[in-house]
Design a protein around this ligand. Structure first.
Ligand SMILES: [Zn+2]
Ligand SMILES: [Zn+2]
Length: 300
């Protein structure tokens, strides 16, 4: 475990990154577990119609791409039953429970519901939840109190259950961090912790999320030409806080950009992280799979 902690350094030069990867490699090689060389998709929507209908071929593609685990994310209470029964029926697929901040006109969650659904077998996370001020329309940020109240509810449920949050934040990082702090999240033993998924903020926001004890997950966006500011974040996140995801069916990475995404494409995200961190794709597979186990407390 000591080696693991040695790699968790906040700011790293290219040389020290390379040294970390060498350390990591020797660590990974001592582990007699092939699972650590497989990929884990920490965020996907397998029950969305674009993916659900082609599950047999996606499952086949995942096997071929060595993607052996995925977290299937819930975005409405109406869809929870489908997400949960899918997770129950497939080994190494898990579920979350939550209502996405963009979803309006859907069943509003209450604490009791989140606590009871969040306690079911294979439900390992609360979310996706958070704040999204991107589609305000003719509303002001002050009008979005309903979103902030919904987010607070998810944070409270996660803290009571001791399960991590899957956080979606867009054009709202200041309030997202503020609410987490106000609800008591600080990285201590009573904190729920969790992940800022599909990270598109800058290094300063990443630093503050890390300081609160959160992980950072990168999607296919990191492979897009215009995403240099996100690649800068990849370079500064400690290896033991990195996760990868597809957020499929959206955001397919290059070279599949524009197509329907699916979890078998998550190695393209890993490949880009490996290039930035100057280590091998196997290293990224190992470290992100291990981080997934640590954060979501799943057995291998
Ligand atoms: Zn999201
Ligand atoms: Zn999502």
């Amino acid at each position: 475990m000591l080696i693991w902690h040695l790699i968790a350094q906040p700011k790293q030069s290219k040389d020290s990154l390379h040294r970390d990867c060498l350390r990591l490699r020797s660590y990974a090689c001592t582990r007699d577990h092939i699972g650590y060389r497989m990929f884990t998709d920490s965020h996907c929507h397998l029950t969305f119609p674009e993916l659900a209908l082609s599950w047999p071929s996606i499952s086949e593609a995942m096997r071929a791409a060595k993607v052996d685990r995925a977290l299937c994310i819930c975005t409405t209470l109406e869809e929870f039953e489908a997400v949960h029964s899918f997770a129950l029926s497939v080994p190494h697929i898990w579920a979350s429970v939550g209502v996405h901040p963009d979803n309006e006109g859907v069943r509003e969650p209450d604490l009791e519901t989140l606590l009871s659904l969040g306690s079911l077998p294979k439900v390992i996370a609360i979310g996706e939840t958070g704040l999204d001020y991107y589609r305000l329309g003719d509303r002001s940020i002050a009008d979005m109190e309903w979103q902030r109240e919904r987010f607070r509810l998810h944070i409270r449920a996660a803290r009571q259950l001791g399960k991590p949050l899957v956080i979606h934040t867009r054009n709202a990082s200041e309030d997202t961090l503020r609410l987490l702090k106000e609800e008591g999240e600080c990285g201590d033993s009573r904190s729920a912790g969790g992940v800022f998924h599909c990270f598109t903020e800058d290094t300063l926001v990443a630093r503050r999320a890390l300081d609160l004890g959160f992980y950072i997950s990168f999607s296919g966006i990191v492979t897009f030409k215009s995403a240099q500011s996100i690649r800068d974040v990849v370079a500064m996140v400690p290896l033991d806080r990195l996760l990868i995801e597809t957020d499929s069916p959206y955001l397919a990475p290059v070279p599949h950009r524009g197509k329907t995404n699916n979890p078998s494409y998550v190695p393209f995200v890993a490949q880009e992280l490996a290039r930035i961190r100057d280590c091998s794709i196997e290293d990224i597979a190992s470290v992100t799979s291990r981080n997934f186990e640590d954060l979501f407390k799943v057995e291998t």
